[in-house]
Design a binder for this molecule. Structure first.
Ligand SMILES: [Zn+2]
Length: 481
């Protein structure tokens, strides 16, 4: 609660400004948001502190994607040979520098808020004359992901893996992050180089990989050695000291902010999912072109993670359901922290509810039921282009955010989504969310929330299918005759 007091003090310092003109609105809000504050506690950075706990969007993307990829014959029947990252890099170290340089040029020209890659990180031919481990680190630095993860060969087991497969890994074998509720029981199958693995498994597994910590610690104030070198500057929002906090700018895309928020809090414009998607898409094409289909699909799966995240409306709008005038009024009243807590809790409840419904349906093998069939979707033959992430995907999510937020407020017990004193994440209620909704609102509440989740899954399916079709097109284009 200290921060509320600090926010109040901040407002007092700013009161000298006039609210008579639009320009002054901006300057006052900017003052309130950050410029005037010695303590740097702002309504939106508050928001980001709270976003941090929810920076994962959908829980367990591999399980989320499974109903879709299991239904695509080309992904189920076709296999690719698992290949170590260092092997791919060693084979293609001469061609990779040009591919990465070309993408860097595109990003600098096309992404207005992009932080350029420092030239010393560029994957150069000179730098490529190295041993395999140095090569690996040089590549991870060049694409600016966390270089302390192992990026090993593995696949996530699904509910359809019936018999034990011998040795297995758990979350803690793959990530330095503490395990969340959704991943406690997840098992991973280590793979040896050369083993054939179904493309469906490669894509599904890779689509959860960015949540293992790939985007954690990349900013200069994250206390990591590589963060000081990566050129992303200070973390633009979120709590730099919290688990998951530092990945928020990579997994959230605020591409449709109103002009006032853009002017008042430009840090919110520094989001990177489109850059990640386009980078991994370019790497995937290169991998397919050079005959490394395993890496082609693994890169496509990495990109798919961000596409999935952006179908979560809370990852595309900072405060759904709060109009700009209402946000200004909240600032004046010193009640922004309350609004942010409510949004954070609704965000968390949606993820818990969706995860429980998808997980239960898969454990029951209820593939033809409404939820899983919504994820399976239909193949309209659409191929998703990275630029459509802005023109279609995030636009749809942002347009839907207020309605979604209102439905959660209407149908979830008030204690969880309408009480700013309550904190959903870590409350211990997450696994029982469906029963709690039913006890409070009966079947109509469950039906209404199921419909809300189903609509989001329809959207997820549409864009995920579009991305998979793009991967199939890449693979077909470079298929060896
Ligand atoms: Zn994510």
């Amino acid at each position: 609660m200290d921060a509320f007091g600090q926010e109040g003090k901040m407002f007092q310092k700013c009161q000298g400004s006039s609210l008579n003109t639009t320009q002054n609105h901006v300057s006052v809000i900017r003052c309130l948001l950050d410029g005037c504050s010695r303590v740097r506690v702002t309504w939106l950075s508050w928001c980001l502190v709270l976003f941090s706990a929810n920076a994962m969007a959908w829980s367990d993307h591999a399980t989320l994607l499974w109903p879709l990829v299991r239904s695509v014959p080309q992904l189920q029947s076709a296999t690719v040979a698992a290949e170590e990252l260092s092997s791919f890099l060693d084979a293609e170290k001469d061609g990779l520098p040009a591919v990465l340089a070309e993408h860097e040029d595109w990003a600098r020209q096309s992404l207005p808020h992009f932080s350029p890659t420092p030239t010393e990180l560029a994957f150069s031919k000179g730098g490529a004359n190295q041993q395999s481990d140095q090569l690996r680190v040089a590549f991870l630095n060049a694409i600016r992901v966390n270089p302390e993860l192992a990026y090993p060969l593995y696949r996530q087991r699904t509910v359809e893996d019936r018999a034990p497969l011998g040795s297995q890994w758990l979350w803690q074998d793959l990530s330095f992050l503490s395990v969340g509720t959704s991943h406690v029981a997840v098992e991973y199958q280590p793979l040896s180089a050369g083993v054939q693995v179904a493309i469906a498994h490669v894509v599904a597994t890779a689509s959860d990989e960015p949540d293992l910590g790939m985007d954690i610690g990349l900013f200069v104030n994250n206390g990591t050695e590589f963060g000081r070198r990566y050129g992303f500057g200070q973390q633009p929002f979120g709590n730099p000291n919290l688990d998951y906090g530092s990945q928020a700018p990579f997994h959230m895309g605020f591409y449709h902010l109103d002009w006032l928020t853009r002017a008042a809090q430009p840090g919110l414009l520094q989001t990177y999912p489109l850059w990640r998607i386009s980078l991994y898409d370019r790497l995937a094409q290169f991998a397919f072109e050079t005959g490394h289909d395993y890496w082609g699909w693994r890169f496509m799966g990495w990109a798919l993670h961000y596409i999935g995240d952006l179908t979560q409306p809370y990852h595309t709008v900072p405060l759904p359901g709060v109009t700009t005038p209402e946000a200004l009024w909240l600032v004046v009243q010193g009640r922004t922290g309350e609004a942010i807590q409510l949004v954070s809790n609704r965000h968390g409840v949606l993820e818990s509810y969706q995860y429980q419904r998808v997980q239960t349906a898969q454990e029951s093998r209820y593939w033809e039921g409404p939820l899983l069939s919504a994820i399976t979707g239909v193949d309209a033959g659409h191929q998703l282009h990275p630029e459509e992430v802005l023109t279609q995907l995030t636009k749809e999510s942002a347009d839907e955010a207020a309605n979604l937020d209102a439905a959660i407020e209407r149908w979830v017990p008030a204690r969880f989504v309408s009480d700013p004193e309550f904190e959903w994440t870590g409350s211990g209620y997450e696994p029982d969310v469906v029963d709690l909704v039913a006890q409070d609102g009966g079947d109509s509440a469950v039906d209404a929330l199921d419909e809300v989740v189903k609509q989001r899954m329809v959207q997820f399916s549409h864009f995920a299918r579009g991305w998979i079709n793009r991967g199939l097109a890449h693979a077909a284009r470079f298929e060896k005759k």
